[in-house]
Design a protein around this ligand. Structure first.
Ligand SMILES: Cc1ncc(COP(=O)(O)O)c(C=O)c1O
Length: 453
């Protein structure tokens, strides 16, 4: 990324000169000598402090953070309640392996998660296994589905992202670079198309279209490559994250639920990016009134301390002791952070704030769409907002130019910017982010016009 000088646009953002600043540049040089090239950082940013929706870097530049560590910091950076819980737990006990002893906070967090399980025809108990990350949550869920069904095959979706370990990578189908050179992966994985609600043809009923998209594709693979009686699980993100914040049409998940019920297949909802109030619900799959068999979670569960997990119907969780385990999964500090974080989400009604600020931002970007035809799609639910650009310009350029004006966003999918700010974001911050993005996009549009694009 080439350094550019840009004035700060408005109160709050402070950019003191070309980025990266001198301290950041020195740090980056040092870092890149000893760190793996695969890290591929999106910004030359060296954060030093975080508070709420704001990050200050080592040169004192202050950024408005609209990617929140990729949808991690639900309660913002270093929420005082989360900080206090972590500090107190660290002072009492840092380690007690959840697979070895009855680790502090483990049961309390699992009780809390179970109380959040989506309602549906199954009204029995749920049980939880805690991990350190989303990838491990997916890995465990896939193992559980195979164990429970005695079957091997798994169905995923093109554009889906579930992690990078060998099992989770086998169901990930987001970018070729994530898979290139790592085969053979798990055999028996089939990927289907994930429909985008925005592409529902005019005049066609969305629910019928979504349902048809699922039924047709499953019929096709069940009768050709993938016998249904060999399928252990379907794994799906309720809203595709890395794929570009793609919201599927109504009818799609209901049809998948019916197919799974009919064929004895485990329905795994990967809520790692969508969970914990980001879309206005505890879990995004609730928007479609569908109850999965297993839910994978991480990211927003703790706002930054490594903790994840998968929750399954208790009837499935009766695998034998030592069939699965983890040294650090559900660590005392992770559990303390997650419990405090979820408490803040509930006490401050952050799911509602996600809906209100999300609707505000969507409305602003829909207005911008009428002003600028480079913005071809505005979609999302709550504070998961996808902004798709015309191929005439690159989303990466939009992101980079916003960075130099002190706003952090992130690309996703083919040519989209995704916005996933902390759920505590307020109206003034939302408006500021919008203004920065609008100004940059209009600049890009003027250039395209000038060159006759
Ligand atoms: C939907 C989804 N599943 C799984 C993962 C992997 O999670 P982690 O990076 O915590 O291992 C991610 C990460 O972006 C994700 O978005």
């Amino acid at each position: 990324m080439s350094p550019m000088t840009a004035p700060a646009l408005s109160t709050g953002i402070e950019i003191h000169g070309p980025l990266p600043g001198p301290k950041a540049a020195a740090h980056i040089e040092r870092d890149e000598k000893v760190t793996s090239n695969c890290l591929g950082r999106v910004y030359p940013l060296v954060p030093e402090r975080g508070e709420g929706c704001w990050i200050t870097d080592v040169d004192g530049n202050r950024f408005l953070d609209f990617f929140a560590g990729i949808a991690v910091c639900a309660t913002g950076h270093s929420h005082p309640v989360v900080v206090k819980a972590v500090q107190e737990q660290a002072a009492r006990l840092i380690h007690a392996g959840g697979s070895d002893v009855y680790s502090p906070g483990y049961a309390e967090l699992c009780e809390k998660l179970v109380s959040m399980a989506p309602q549906g025809s199954y009204s029995g108990d749920w049980q939880v296994f805690l991990t350190n990350s989303g990838t491990e949550a997916v890995e465990g869920a896939l193992k559980l589905a195979r164990f429970h069904t005695g079957r091997q095959r798994i169905i995923g979706f093109l554009g889906g992202f579930h992690g990078r370990s060998m099992g989770s990578l086998s169901v990930t189908a987001s970018k070729a670079v994530q898979r290139r050179g790592f085969g053979p992966l798990l055999s028996g994985v089939t990927h289907l198309h994930f429909p985008n609600r925005s592409h529902c043809p005019a005049g066609v009923d969305e629910t019928t279209w979504g349902r048809e998209m699922a039924l047709r594709q499953f019929h096709e693979i069940f009768t050709t490559t993938t016998p249904s009686e060999e399928v252990a699980a379907v794994i799906v993100e309720p809203i595709q994250g890395e794929g570009g914040y793609i919201v599927p049409p109504d009818g799609f998940f209901q049809a998948i639920r019916e197919i799974c019920d009919h064929h004895g297949i485990v329905f795994i909802a990967d809520e790692v990016q969508t969970g914990f109030g980001r879309t206005g619900k505890n879990f995004a799959i609730e928007h479609w009134h569908v109850q999965p068999d297993v839910i994978c979670m991480a990211k927003g569960i703790s706002s930054g301390v490594p903790v994840g997990g998968f929750m399954a119907k208790a009837t499935m969780m009766q695998w034998p002791p030592a069939a699965h385990g983890s040294t650090w999964g559900g660590s005392p500090i992770g559990c303390a952070a997650a419990l405090a974080n979820i408490q803040v989400i509930e006490d401050e009604d952050l799911a509602l704030n996600a809906v209100e600020q999300g609707e505000f931002l969507m409305a602003r970007f829909l207005e911008l769409q009428t002003e600028c035809d480079l913005l071809v799609d505005v979609r999302g639910i709550g504070l998961m907002i996808g902004l798709e650009l015309s191929p005439k310009v690159k989303a990466a350029e939009w992101m980079e130019r916003c960075f130099h004006r002190g706003l952090l966003t992130l690309t996703a999918g083919v040519n989209n910017i995704r916005l996933c700010p902390p759920l505590i974001v307020n109206r003034a911050e939302a408006e500021l982010a919008f203004q920065v993005m609008r100004e940059v996009l209009l600049e890009m549009a003027r250039r395209v016009d000038v060159v006759g694009g």
